[in-house]
Design a protein around this ligand. Sequence first.
Ligand code: ADP
Ligand code: MG
Ligand code: MG
Length: 249
Amino acid sequence: MSILKIENLEAKIGDKQILKGLNLELEPGKVHAIMGPNGAGKSTLSKALVGHYDIELLGGNIIYKGKNINEMEPEERALEGIFLSFQHPVEIPGVNNAYFLRTALNAKRKHEGKEELNSAEFLRLMRDHLEMLGMKSDMISRSLNEGFSGGEKKRNEILQMLILEPDVIILDEIDSGLDIDALRAVSEGINKMKDGKRSFLVITHYSRILDYIQPDYIHVLKDGKVIKTAGPELVAQLEDTGYDAIEEE
Ligand code: ADP
Ligand code: MG
Ligand code: MG
């Protein structure tokens, strides 16, 4: 049984069709990596899964936990446990990072019928994670992503993931532009979230992060479709021959 099943998905941005009949199934507890050339539609796929308003679905189905979510609002998808770390996290001046995160967490807890965390309880949780991720404590009081370095933004995305504890985690180029220490911290955060139940969709251009987080499956996305699915051994082949040599299965 898959936690997320994407059937024949077709989607456009503006006037341009980007996803052209994409099929993909995420298994519970598994790490799925998506690799593919620039412009193939990787970010479009990730946005389609969280219901981003730039994307218009033209056909196909997104089935999450057995239910079609094509029409579900982005906020609802987040409450239901779908998380996306954007390739380019937005800066939101004036919105305090800790306040933002506590609001998001408490909305999710409420949705799940759990008690909300007060600010002291939340700060304790946030501090534990900051330390683990090697982030400075001023991340609590700063505005969301404002003036954050590339590495700080990506660590902050992982912080959100750790705190929100989603069931499906989509990471769009979480590794791009990271130095080796940031890559380690980010990978450690991801590995900490592996619990045998939740699923990961890791979009990347580089095999480096895959050394740390050990994917179960590699999917090649090209021209709006998944053209090949294989085990981790495919990474070495891709490094060797590039995407052009991969034929559609
Ligand atoms: P990838 O993440 O695989 O590099 P994207 O999904 O970002 O690819 O982009 C797929 C195609 O959609 C590209 O040709 C890109 O130029 C186009 N595209 C992406 N975002 C927009 C947008 N907001 N408006 C118009 N075209 C877009
Ligand atoms: Mg790209
Ligand atoms: Mg992209």
